[in-house]
Ligand binder design. Structure first.
Ligand code: FAD
Ligand code: 2HG
Ligand code: ZN
Length: 476
């Protein structure tokens, strides 16, 4: 059972009856799962921090099937939790009580790809990494890349408006998603699956669903504008003595690498310690308080190499960086990226992790980590900072051997007040889910939250879609 602090009372949804199961089995023969062992992994989130008690997992293959399920559930007042790859980090992807889990895992077909425009249309359950491989064979790439790419679904990415490692270059999904197909709470299919770059005919409804975390509809298909695969990619891993020098490095590389800069990520020495200890990944350079991963992507290896060389020389001469290593070959590029991508996994070996994903003015990013360290003293096992520094997005993670209510009370609302104090956002990219919904007012004015409530009531009047998530309790 979820802790009362995390979840409100179960709302008065119907409970699944044998007649309901008979209906589901008729629509989804062999794809209506009730075996508790098979349901176990879908009831628990990636962080293993929340466990639901759903007794039904539905695995539709088509939009029509999703429509039939929703129409039925809406008329029966049965709650639904849509689930993609279940890699979400705010407990939005698992039921709180006995909500029916609707998985997109079998909706995994590419529908079309236009090799001239680079526009991909696919079902929501395609795994991000599979889409990347599909596109790479055709000389294109996905505009987003996340450490969870091997499991997360494109529908989940759109539902969370995932950011990730390429946002600096290709922008957010609000720019690269051109169309969505959504099944609304009552089963109506909303076909906004256009493949146009420009379309100003009325309100752009797709944006409502990007980042709606399964609360406004079930995304069944998406179209995405994909960039060409860069011909030349370089990755450098650098060490800096101070965060100030890291910011100077950022400024310098924005100026000197210009249009070929495709990522600027960072981790601190605590992250490096966890990578060493738990994953046996060793530091490729000398020990430093801060590390940076810079990626360049371009179309001319000689030109890119020259620019990178000049940038590194200038950064060394100016003493912004203390040490570094460069990779041009695929296996070394992957190895350097894993230093950044695998921090989340390393953290899971520490015990319980309290996660914060905040947007801040870029020059304040590390101050939050040092203030939190000072504030918590020895109450936390570790306080680490890493993230998408080029996007002003810090991942602050605090660990303890087990769940610890006193530690949580010391972290929250301190962390939210700190964020609001510099007009930041309490969720840069992971969303609000179950864990953060009640803190929305730290980042949004009450009029905006009230309007969100109106939109929710209009699209899902019975509140069957992902209840207890995203919007604060006092609204629903
Ligand atoms: P799920 O976890 O299954 O669901 C997430 C939310 O979306 C839930 O509220 C769910 O109800 C809803 N949802 C899922 N599919 C649909 C659908 N078809 N229609 C409607 N609602 C739906 N996130 C980032 O933003 N950037 C990162 O760099 C990043 N890196 C990560 C690295 C690791 C190792 C891990 C474990 C997670 C990371 N994440 C990151 C978080 C997570 O991977 C993303 O939020 C991802 O987009 C979730 O996709 P998913 O398919 O797993 O969705
Ligand atoms: C990342 O950028 C992810 O690695 C996960 O968004 C961050 O685990 C986290 O806090
Ligand atoms: Zn991230």
């Amino acid at each position: 059972e979820p802790s009362p602090a995390a979840a409100p009372e179960r709302r008065s949804f119907s409970r699944v009856t044998p007649e309901d199961l008979a209906f589901f089995r008729k629509v989804l023969p062999g794809r209506t799962i009730t075996d508790p062992d098979l349901l176990e992994s879908s009831n628990v989130d990636w962080l293993r921090s929340v466990r639901g008690s759903s007794e039904v997992l539905l695995r539709p293959q088509t939009t029509e099937e999703v429509s039939q399920i929703l129409s039925y559930c809406n008329s029966r007042n049965l709650a639904i939790n849509t689930q993609g790859g279940n890699t979400g980090l705010v407990s939005g992807s698992v039921p709180v009580y006995d909500e029916i889990i609707l998985s997109t895992a079998l909706m995994n077909n590419v529908l079309s790809f236009d090799s001239i425009s680079g526009i991909l249309t696919c079902q929501a359950g395609c795994v991000l990494e599979n889409l990347s491989l599909y596109l790479e064979d055709r000389d294109y790439i996905m505009p987003l890349d996340l450490g969870s790419k091997g499991s997360c679904h494109i529908g989940g990415n759109v539902a969370t408006n995932a950011g990730g490692l390429r946002l600096l270059r290709y922008g957010s999904l609000h720019g690269t998603v051109l169309g969505v197909e959504v099944v609304l709470a009552d089963g109506r299919v909303l076909d906004c699956l256009t493949t146009l770059r420009k379309d100003n005919t009325g309100y752009d409804l797709k944006h409502l669903f990007i980042g709606s975390e399964g609360t406004l509809g079930v995304i069944t298909a998406v179209s995405v504008l994909c960039p060409r695969k860069p011909k030349s990619v370089n990755v450098v891993f650098l060490g800096c003595e101070t965060f100030e020098q890291l910011l100077q490095t950022f400024q310098l590389c924005r100026g000197m690498l210009g249009e070929i800069l495709s990522a600027f990520e960072f981790l601190d020495s605590e992250c490096m310690r966890l990578l060493n200890t738990h994953l046996k990944i060793s530091n490729p350079i000398s020990d430093c308080p801060f590390y940076v991963v810079i990626e360049t992507s371009g179309s001319d290896a000689t030109h890119d190499g020259e620019k990178l060389h000049n940038f590194l020389e200038e950064a060394m001469t100016s003493s912004f960086i203390a040490d570094g290593t460069v990779a041009t070959e695929d296996s070394k590029i992957k190895a350097l990226w894993s230093l950044r991508e695998r921090v989340t996994e390393a953290l899971t070996h520490e015990g319980y992790t309290y996660k914060y994903d905040v947007s801040l003015p870029v020059d304040r990013i590390y101050q939050m980590v040092t203030d939190m360290r000072e504030h918590l003293g020895d109450r936390a096992k570790s306080v680490v900072g890493y993230g998408h520094v080029g996007d002003g997005n810090l991942h602050l993670n605090i660990t303890s051997p087990a769940k610890d209510a006193a530690l949580l009370a010391a972290i929250e609302p301190f962390v939210y007040e700190w964020t609001a104090g510099c007009q930041g956002s309490i969720s840069a990219e992971h969303g609000l889910g179950l864990k953060k919904r009640n803190y929305i007012y730290y980042s949004k004015p009450s009029q905006a939250v009230a309007l969100m409530g109106n939109i929710k009531a209009m699209l899902d009047p019975k509140g069957i879609l992902n209840p207890y998530k995203t919007l604060p309790d006092n609204l629903q």
